[in-house]
Design a protein around this ligand. Sequence first.
Ligand SMILES: NC(=O)c1ccc[n+]([C@@H]2O[C@H](COP(=O)([O-])OP(=O)(O)OC[C@H]3O[C@@H](n4cnc5c(N)ncnc54)[C@H](O)[C@@H]3O)[C@@H](O)[C@H]2O)c1
Ligand SMILES: O=C(O)C(=O)C[C@@H](O)[C@H](O)[C@H](O)COP(=O)(O)O
Ligand SMILES: [Zn+2]
Length: 373
Amino acid sequence: MSEEIKKALTVKTGQRTSYDIYLEENFDGLTEAVKTLEPEKRKICIVTDSTVASLYLNPVKAVLEKSFAGVSIFTFPSGEPSKNLDTVRELYRHLIEAHFDRKDVLAALGGGVTGDLTGYAAATYLRGIDFIQIPTTLLAQVDSSIGGKTGVDFDGYKNMVGAFHHPSLVYANLSTLKTLTAEQFACGMGEVLKHGLIKNASYYEWCINQMFEIQDREVEALKTMVLESMKIKKAVVEKDPTEKGERALLNLGHTVGHAIEKIQNFQMLHGQCVALGYLCAAYISWKRGLLTNEEFFEIRDMNVGFDLPIFLDALDENEVVLATKSDKKMEHGQIKFILLKSIGHAYVDFTVTDEEIRAAVHYFLDNGEEDEE
Ligand SMILES: NC(=O)c1ccc[n+]([C@@H]2O[C@H](COP(=O)([O-])OP(=O)(O)OC[C@H]3O[C@@H](n4cnc5c(N)ncnc54)[C@H](O)[C@@H]3O)[C@@H](O)[C@H]2O)c1
Ligand SMILES: O=C(O)C(=O)C[C@@H](O)[C@H](O)[C@H](O)COP(=O)(O)O
Ligand SMILES: [Zn+2]
């Protein structure tokens, strides 16, 4: 016989309930933005990579020195191969030697690699300290700085170790996007176009219509675009902060994308792999009769327009299928795939077969010529 049970107590988790995002055109506003953090009582450690350090460390340090009780610097070699526990370990050591306590703060100054590894260090150092995001790549401004996914790659497995840990604030300075290489700017466009594809067809069309302005990095176009993408990401993560459901849509392109990153030993850039990944998802959706011919070819051509790849070089279909199964996308033995019902409407699908993945990869190895007629 089952006994009636009654809650004895409820424990409030005390997790951060909100944080602010600033979208500015310089670093000056950081002084105002950090005021709510009581910076005069706390030390801050700026974590940044070697490339960003040479560009933006001095101005950011100068601004933070005006507010915080002390400023310390930790730099690491730029690039995805640094996003691992070795770098986090060096950061822990630096923080211990600089006597960082639970009230002190980390600042992630840079792209998604810096944000992910700094956030993870903040989530775990002394069981969790505050951190702020100062994203300097397009990808980080529109995507990785928002939502609290932090983590590192482990033994070749993408983002395999991590934690949800939200920043105390996000401060994006649009003018930093001017110094990005064309390739890095394109990577950010991979996640921007993903946002349109999963949630907002008119935003996707706006990106097509504004292609020249965006590619010329005109400030007004960038401001509108970054803000719109931030809004899409915010809306999704607010509804489902720990990816129990709808947040998985943000993974469009990441099932195959992460497999490519793994196979290429993280030598190929995340945004490019995601762009190839969503082409494969679009192909499967097209072959299932969900996307029209027009939609499928528009998605492919948009990659060309925004300098994103449409061909998979020297990849083996079977290796891709195998790699998708060693990512975090498996649930109860089934692969979690994000497909498109139409541009602007994505959904989670558990029925994608190995054969469909192989066919999609094969299509983009083959340049797609046979199917185009
Ligand atoms: N946490 C999330 O929600 C989330 C979302 C998307 C991507 N990610 C992760 O983000 C990473 C990719 O981020 P990324 O593309 O920003 O890579 P990144 O951090 O490696 O930055 C790309 C390159 O640009 C350089 N750079 C940064 N800012 C610059 C600037 N303003 N001018 C010139 N060069 C600059 C960096 O030094 C680096 O070499 C991946 O590890 C991916 O898994 C995480
Ligand atoms: O914020 C999310 O949720 C995303 O999926 C955003 C992705 O662009 C990002 O690359 C994320 O890190 C992928 O997460 P993962 O859980 O598949 O590693
Ligand atoms: Zn991504």
